[in-house]
Design a binder for this molecule. Structure first.
Ligand code: ADP
Length: 347
């Protein structure tokens, strides 16, 4: 894993800071706005109360000089009380805004983290993908470069040697093409329109898969048996064929010649389970939880010179299965064989 962690952390920090500051500015803007409204309304009320309580109709002239003095005293008392109340209100509003600012800073930071966390996770996964992909491309490319350079340095290169070198190069480029196809597949599947669903016959899916893998099976003299009843489900036929092809292709790849691969289907109330069983090398219990990870290859399969993969097939299969609402899992006994299961909703 070669992700630049410090760069990511710096990015996260500065972005979180900026987003939190924006949230805080919004919170403060609302709080100050409300405070201004509350202050103005209260000020207006106080002013009205002070003037109305002290203004008594004197048109009849029944109030004498003492009464007028009393009224002035009341007016000045009320006006003092109003100023005091105004001052208190102002202080309370200032205190309230300081508290909102402090609490708001915490809340803003929390909200900013919550908003950014999934984006950062997506970025980290993309970085990981690029880093893994570059790493995987680098090895065969370096091998290709080295063999060519060594051959070129030879003073005399016979025609036979040159042809062998070209054949090796072609073999290596084929592997590279296989790898880039797999990488593109991983990216493309994310964009596949999984909403294109129709009624699909599982027997049709199996025959379509058989057409694609028959050559590999014949090549290794492997029998592929299918015991699939005529079940129809509502799904995406293109995706289903891709999933099954990956599983059967692996079953052939990791099985000895003259063995049997069996495709079966079991139906439950709301789901069907498609299984692909082989009598191959099996998968260690410690490898089993990782085989659906990108670029993961169990040691025993790496050491098999004839089975050169890149650990992408099952990652693609898992992505495809979840895109149509299913689940994929496997069980295996080392040196006895493996069974892969794909559980799919009928509707
Ligand atoms: P690869 O291109 O290496 O086959 P996959 O993603 O298809 O990549 O498989 C990941 C790993 O899981 C393989 O390298 C192999 O170790 C293991 N594996 C997958 N299918 C089988 C199987 N049918 N039998 C044994 N091992 C398997």
């Amino acid at each position: 894993m070669k992700i630049n962690v410090t760069k990511m952390a710096k990015f996260a920090d500065s972005t979180t800071g900026r987003l939190a500051a924006t949230y805080l500015a919004l919170i403060m803007l609302m709080s100050l706005g409300f405070s201004v409204v509350i202050y103005n309304v209260s000020d207006h009320q106080l002013h009205r109360q002070a003037t109305s309580s002290s203004s008594v109709d004197d048109s009849s002239g029944i109030f004498d000089q003492n009464n007028i003095a009393f009224r002035q005293a009341v007016r000045s008392f009320l006006s003092d009380r109003a100023s005091e109340a105004r001052g208190e209100l102002l202080w309370n509003l200032i205190l309230l805004n300081v508290s909102v600012g402090l609490v708001g800073a915490g809340v803003s930071y929390y909200l900013a983290r919550r908003t950014l966390a999934p984006i950062e996770a997506a970025m980290a996964s993309k970085d990981q993908f690029i880093s893994d992909a570059s790493h995987e491309l680098r090895t065969p490319l370096t091998a290709l470069q080295t063999t060519n350079e060594v051959a070129l340095r030879k003073p005399e290169l016979s025609l036979k040697e040159a042809k062998e070198l070209i054949a090796e190069n072609i073999q290596e480029t084929k592997r590279l093409k296989y790898l880039t196809d797999g990488l593109l597949g991983l990216l493309k599947e994310a964009q596949t329109n999984t909403l294109d669903r129709t009624e699909v016959s599982l027997q049709d899916i199996v025959s379509e898969t058989m057409n694609q893998i028959v050559i590999y099976a014949q090549d290794k003299d492997i029998t592929v048996e299918d015991v699939v009843p005529n079940i129809k489900i509502y799904s995406n036929p293109h995706i289903l064929t891709q999933i099954l092809t990956i599983l059967v292709d692996n079953a052939i790849k990791y099985s000895p010649s003259k063995s049997t691969v069996t495709i079966g289907v079991k139906q439950a109330k709301k789901s069907v389970v498609i299984s692909v069983r082989d009598e191959g090398i099996g998968i260690k219990a410690t490898d089993l939880p990782h085989i659906f990870d990108r670029f993961y290859q169990a040691d025993n399969s790496r050491s098999q010179a004839s089975t050169q993969g890149y650990g992408l097939g099952l990652a693609i299969a898992k992505k495809l299965v979840s895109s149509i609402g299913g689940e994929i899992f496997a069980k295996s006994v080392i040196a006895k064989g493996s069974t892969f299961f794909v559980k799919l909703p009928i509707k």
